[in-house]
Ligand binder design. Sequence first.
Ligand code: SF4
Length: 381
Amino acid sequence: MKNKNRTPLELYIHIPFCVQKCQYCDFLSGPSDQETRDRYIKALRAEIQAVQGVEAYEIVSVFIGGGTPSVLKAEAIASIMETIQKKFCFSPDAEITIESNPGTVDLAKLNAYRETGINRLSLGLQSTDSKELRMLGRIHTYEEFLQSYQWAREAGFQNINIDLMFAIPGQTGEAWRAHLRQVAELKPEHISAYSLIIEEGTPFAECELDLPDEDTEYQMYEDTAGILAEYGYQQYEISNYAKDGYACRHNIGYWKRTEYLGLGLGASSLYGENRFSNTRDMQEYLGFSGNTERIRKDVLKLSLKDQIEEFMYLGLRMTEGISEIDFEQNFGQKLENIYGSVLQKYKETGFLEKTGTNWRFTRKGIHVSNHILAELLLDEE
Ligand code: SF4
């Protein structure tokens, strides 16, 4: 039951620590010592306590992400949970997710998460092939993942996501299909499957990698949806698949532009009418987290044009697409008056389709979605 008098708000809590850096990763994360972790938790709690204007909101979801939140001791996660529970009003059915990696969890830690009210676990697996895992720089084997997954079920997690990655160097289409089936057989409620992107500044960007060619990657993506459908997973976003009723509410809220507040180093927010991101400088964060004005950077009050563009490019990521009715309700103007010609153009080329009052990408369109989304940027008035 949602409280009708309060505005829904999502919380994102960033834990920027990992055991070691993976070869492909450009997230704000890395190894750390215990003293830094302790100081960070203290700073994070100070930031949470200092947030203003929370009376108007009700928390509908929390996502504790990273990094690897599970590198922290269970007591640290419990103290963060206690601080947010004291500070904010929670919806009784709030979805509360923590990201964890095999090699950093055990049964006691997972039991402790459940006791704090965390009800969804996202496990970073990436590959079922331990050789691929080593090459990616992951700290765990497939067998360690299986043990973590079993512990998670034992601890009572009934909503588990598994993160997978395809188009890994040296990977064939056949190998990917086999990995996918292996994971689907475990029956997690949710699977995220992303293709490897080589990001600048990562060790992989410096290497000569034997990456699958474009056609193979295209086929891997198509096979993902096909194989997961056989196991009862529905694709609800470009890279996300879920059993009925288990689509990630936190992510859907983000794509539908529910307000969210990011807490912690580098975390981004859409709070009130503003978008902003916290400082990415650890020393500044540790020193000034209790002064939210000081740590919030790039504060941008969204114009109507910004809001319309966001509505389009976030909403079109979802397989249900965007609704003409929602557009009109949000912006007081008809979708076709603003985007009629571009939507029509891509409908004729078979990249977009209209189902009822919704516009969405076709399968063919998903593969060129970045190019099409770029055309949805509006001219300055
Ligand atoms: S565990 Fe995740 S966040 Fe940490 S380095 Fe690897 S990919 Fe990046």
